[in-house]
Ligand binder design. Structure first.
Ligand code: SF4
Length: 362
């Protein structure tokens, strides 16, 4: 571990921050702090950070897992393409995500050519090497991965490759959470990696329009503890501002070049989120000039409705922090990491999967 990371895992420093958290936490009122990031949930769960907090300070996990929020209809489109003979290239996490009837792994078991890639560039190389086959790259992810899809589209990839674009945007999901009346969030921890791209400025609306304390945080235990402390301090002082705990990586403007790439390749449209319905201005779609690469146009597919949840799965409630995975009756019974029943148990960024692994390792 590098010295910098050692610093962010220093137990003595952590103890001091935890003491501050206890000093600043209200004595009786419940404070709910919500993050929207699978990696934050991993840090919080893996390092047992919730157990260090006062009992009335809750940290909720919001919709921060890109694979989990991909609606079944878009998985169905990828499955349909694969079963029609198109080579589907996807990230490993997307392979086992349930569609309405099948996952991409099921399609692969039926003989479809589904390949795991690490980037859009991998898919391009495959399409170039096998020009007699048709390929589709299943582009899932938040603002962190969208620029890497955009850059490849702008370079005009081979014509035998289409893009099934399922990118989603984080700030609209945060706005959704604020509209859920009985959730009563008191502060946001905003995701560090998304923020390196979109910058601090993208969250300005939360303190300004919603009076919601918002702190961008990194992923080490001390980053998260500091963010909790910064939010509690704002709550105690009755202020709502936007603060940056992750100054070593996030600037006010963010990565302007990456933002330009996204703007050139995509337009912002309303998007379905698994189990949560349609969120305004929350998804990316290829611009007209690149429609030749749009897998919907290229291969003539469009599935409007899918079955997002298997009977009994409560992923939609887990994803908005309304229930904990342990409150789902299927957790670690009918639904396990080996036999997942919902998207939240599939991805390593899914809250159910993170909690299951923590239980399995104790
Ligand atoms: S434990 Fe499984 S069934 Fe329950 S919400 Fe999580 S993914 Fe869905």
């Amino acid at each position: 571990m590098s010295r910098m990371f050692e610093h962010f895992r220093d137990p003595k420093l952590a103890k001091r921050v935890v003491e501050k958290i206890h000093d600043f936490a209200p004595k009786h009122d419940i404070v709910k702090i919500c993050h929207v990031c699978g990696t934050h949930e991993w840090t919080i769960t893996h390092f047992g950070l919730r157990s260090l907090l006062p009992q009335n300070v809750e940290v909720l996990a919001g919709p921060g897992c890109p694979v989990c929020v991909t609606p079944a209809s878009e998985i169905d489109e990828a499955v349909q393409l694969a079963l029609r003979g198109v080579v589907v290239a996807c990230f490993g996490d997307a392979l086992r995500v349930p569609g309405s009837e099948k996952s991409l792994l099921d399609a692969k078991a039926q003989g479809a050519d589904v390949r795991v890639v690490y980037s859009a560039l991998n898919a391009i190389r495959m399409a170039e090497k096998e020009p007699d086959k048709e390929f589709a790259f299943f582009a899932i992810g938040f603002e962190t991965t969208a620029p890497s899809t955009a850059i490849e589209i702008l370079k005009k990839p081979p014509k035998n490759l289409g893009f099934l674009v399922s990118h989603r945007l984080i700030p609209p999901a945060m706005e959704l959470l604020l509209g859920i009346g009985d959730l009563h969030i008191d502060g946001f921890i905003a995701p560090g990696h998304v923020s390196t791209i979109i910058g601090l400025k993208a969250y300005e609306i939360f303190p300004k329009a919603y009076r919601m304390p918002t702190v961008v945080a990194g992923f080490e235990p001390l980053d998260v503890l500091l963010a909790i402390y910064m939010i509690l301090k704002q709550v105690k002082n009755g202020v709502a501002s936007l603060e940056n705990e992750y100054v070593r990586a996030v600037s006010w403007e963010g990565n302007v070049k990456a933002q330009e790439l996204m703007q050139k390749a995509f337009k912002i449209v309303d998007g379905e989120w698994r189990g949560l319905g349609k969120l305004p201005s929350s998804a990316l779609k290829l611009r007209e000039e690149y429609r030749v690469y749009d897998a919907h146009e290229k291969f003539g597919i469009k599935i409007n409705r899918g079955k997002d949840l298997l009977p009994g799965c409560q992923c939609h409630l887990v994803m908005i922090g309304k229930i904990k995975p342990t409150e789902c009756p299927l957790f670690m019974k009918a639904c396990t990491p080996e036999k997942p029943m919902g998207a939240c148990m599939v991805s390593m960024e899914g809250t159910c999967s993170i909690w299951a692994k923590a239980i399995n390792s104790t």
